[in-house]
Ligand binder design. Structure first.
Ligand SMILES: [Zn+2]
Ligand SMILES: [Zn+2]
Length: 360
């Protein structure tokens, strides 16, 4: 346990973060023809996913239509009903990235409506064995990943699953219809490619980090940015060491800089969880500082230890005892690899685990 955590009072109630609030039936008009609705989801730390509904002459585009559950399909239909849109008016579905609270409803919705499914060109299901992993040339060397984390982790920690991965595996094993049906994108956008819907022109921005296939869409004329999970208002998205990139944290930093550069042109950022917000550049900077703080903690911990340490041990310097486990280790691993690639740390490869230490 670290000093800071020992002072925390676990029983003191903390107000829930806006991303944790349960979905309501509230409809917010963010801009003319741009509506925010909320769909219920049941995931750790998240109470809802925002399904934005964007109108034009052809009907509506929806963004991130929630989970693949019958209850969610009902919620989608109900929310559209509240804004006076019959299901058949949906002509396009944007999926910001390959997490089930974002793509889950897309397969069903497309089947009901025949709509387009718009994703990043890099969209890929993490378990899809038929597709080769999408890896940059610069990442091709030295990738300790492409193993299923529930079997083993490259750093030698216990295998782990993000809770939704477990649900997904059960579903695959039991062949639950609907859940294993993953959406097939019909429009795969390249970085900086343009697309028109909702009476405006959008610029696709590839923003790898949280996942390797994350997509933001920027409307320069009206200053809107659909930012998915890339930039959230009060929580930081999970950065996994296992997205198939050599340095996922570097990619995430680069993607934060990328959206921050548009910051002065963005009047409203539309996140996938929590409330729309104005200062996109400021929020992107704050998230970057949060991770730089973690890098600093790792440097300080390694200096004090003055010996090689495992990822699991280093995790205890970043996370509270309650938060420790595979997901925390994965994030610590991403930070340690970032420091190693930057030349600050060395990685010692034992047969069953990695250890890290400061470069002398
Ligand atoms: Zn996500
Ligand atoms: Zn999400």
């Amino acid at each position: 346990m670290t000093e800071a955590h020992s002072h925390q009072q676990p029983s003191a109630p903390r107000p829930p973060k806006q991303e944790q609030l349960l979905a309501t039936e509230q409809i917010d008009e963010i801009a003319p023809g741009v509506l925010r609705t909320q769909l219920p989801i049941d995931m750790p730390g998240l109470g809802h996913v925002n399904m934005y509904v964007l109108e034009d002459d052809r009907g509506v585009t929806v963004v991130d239509p929630g989970l693949a559950t019958a209850a969610n399909y009902k919620a989608i239909t109900h929310r559209l009903g509240l804004v006076g849109v019959p299901l058949k008016r949906v002509h396009s579905i944007v999926v910001t990235h390959s997490h089930p609270d974002h793509y889950g409803g897309a397969y069903w919705l497309q089947k009901e409506t025949g709509s387009e499914i718009i994703t990043s060109a890099r969209f890929r299901m993490f378990w899809d064995p038929t597709e080769a992993p999408d890896i940059d040339i610069e990442d091709a060397a030295d990738i300790p990943v492409q193993r299923r984390p529930w079997d083993a982790t490259p750093w030698g920690g216990p295998g782990y699953e993000i809770p939704w991965q477990r649900k997904m595996r059960y579903a695959v094993a039991r062949r639950v219809p609907g859940l294993i049906k993953t959406p097939q994108p019909t429009v795969r956008l390249g970085d900086s490619e343009h697309i028109r819907f909702a009476r405006r022109e959008w610029i696709a921005l590839h923003t790898p980090g949280h996942t390797d296939d994350h997509l933001c869409l920027f409307d320069p004329e009206h200053g809107l940015m659909l930012c998915g999970d890339h930039v959230l208002p009060t929580i930081t998205p999970h950065i996994s060491g296992l997205i198939g990139a050599r340095d996922p944290l570097k990619k995430f930093f680069h993607s934060l800089d990328k959206v921050a550069e548009f910051g002065s042109q963005v009047t409203t950022a539309l996140p996938a969880h929590g409330n729309p917000f104005t200062d996109l550049a400021g929020r992107a900077r704050a998230i970057k500082e949060h991770h730089e703080g973690r890098l600093q903690k790792l440097r300080a911990a390694a200096a004090e230890l003055d010996r090689p340490a495992t990822v699991m041990e280093m995790s205890t310097h970043l996370f509270s005892p309650r938060a420790l486990g595979g997901m925390a280790d994965s994030e610590t691993f991403a930070h340690l690899e970032h420091l190693r690639i930057a030349g600050e740390f060395i990685r010692i490869e034992h047969t069953d685990r990695f250890e890290y230490a400061l470069v002398d």
